[in-house]
Design a protein. Structure first.
Length: 265
């Protein structure tokens, strides 16, 4: 081979290459044309990487706060209910996958309270949302079950707000991509809904949201089709971000909240 050229076409998400002779004809070697391309995930900007790092650190700090809280309450809670923390940990699973402290299937399906005189049903009836409990603890000067105090403080420490718009005023946000990624981070951390989309899909979403000629119903329909959501919970969230309304009981998957559905947000 008496001389050849290597051509490269480099982009943010792909690179193309070719080997030619001096006449710019693609060279063949071992019965293969020497040209091709590679597609890879688009690199993140410094600001995007910083946002992801901040999200990871925020998640780690949240876990650390909860661990500290459990250490503080551990001795007193164990006097009342030795399996309380364990049931909380197992509450993420469906009943058939739950295990008790001994590794056996639990006899009761409850996640929080298992006493005959006070079960989860009684708890949710008395406190339809955690905010009802927090409100009562603040306003009433009474002695409460240590587990109720723990649940209220756990919620405060876990859901104490976020700082996703650090350095940016929410009124002046113009970057849809970063803002929507912030929203996805909130969904993952607060509701455990994990959605992954690429840059091209973000651009498509931006066009849907920014189209002033589309009605709320039209946007909601297109977004549900885009994400292929089938669950009521996800569809309710899509209705909200489209500018519509949703039921609290569907978003938080809590049947006890149905009485508040008439006050849909």
């Amino acid at each position: 081979m008496n001389g050849y050229y290597i051509g490269l076409d480099m982009g943010t998400g792909s690179i193309g290459w070719a080997v030619t002779d001096k006449e710019y004809k693609i060279i063949r070697k071992h019965n293969k044309m020497l040209w091709g391309f590679r597609i890879f995930e688009t690199a993140n900007t410094a600001e995007e990487r910083r946002t992801f790092r901040a999200g990871r650190r925020r998640s780690e700090r949240k876990k650390q706060r909860i661990n500290f809280l459990q250490e503080i309450f551990a001795e007193e809670i164990s006097k009342v209910d030795e399996g309380f923390y364990h049931r909380l940990k197992e509450s993420r699973y469906v009943p058939e996958d739950k295990k008790d402290l001994d590794g056996n299937m639990p006899k009761l399906p409850y996640n929080l309270f298992v006493e005959c005189e006070f079960t989860d049903k009684d708890y949710h009836k008395k406190y339809p949302t955690i905010y009802h409990l927090r409100n009562e603890l603040i306003k009433k000067d009474e002695k409460y079950d240590i587990r109720l105090l723990y649940l209220a403080l756990h919620h405060i420490l876990k859901h104490r707000g976020h700082f996703l718009f650090e350095g940016r005023s929410i009124e002046n946000i113009s970057d849809f991509s970063l803002t929507f990624k912030d929203f996805l981070t909130c969904l993952r951390e607060e509701l455990e809904i994990d959605i992954n989309i690429n840059e091209d899909e973000l651009n498509e979403l931006e066009e849907i949201f920014k189209d002033a000629n589309k009605s709320i119903k039209k946007k909601s329909t297109e977004l549900n089709k885009f994400f292929s959501f089938k669950e009521k919970r996800e569809k309710a969230i899509i209705n909200l971000i489209s500018g519509g309304k949703a039921k609290l009981s569907e978003i938080f998957q809590n049947e006890e909240l149905k009485e508040f559905d008439k006050d849909s947000i």
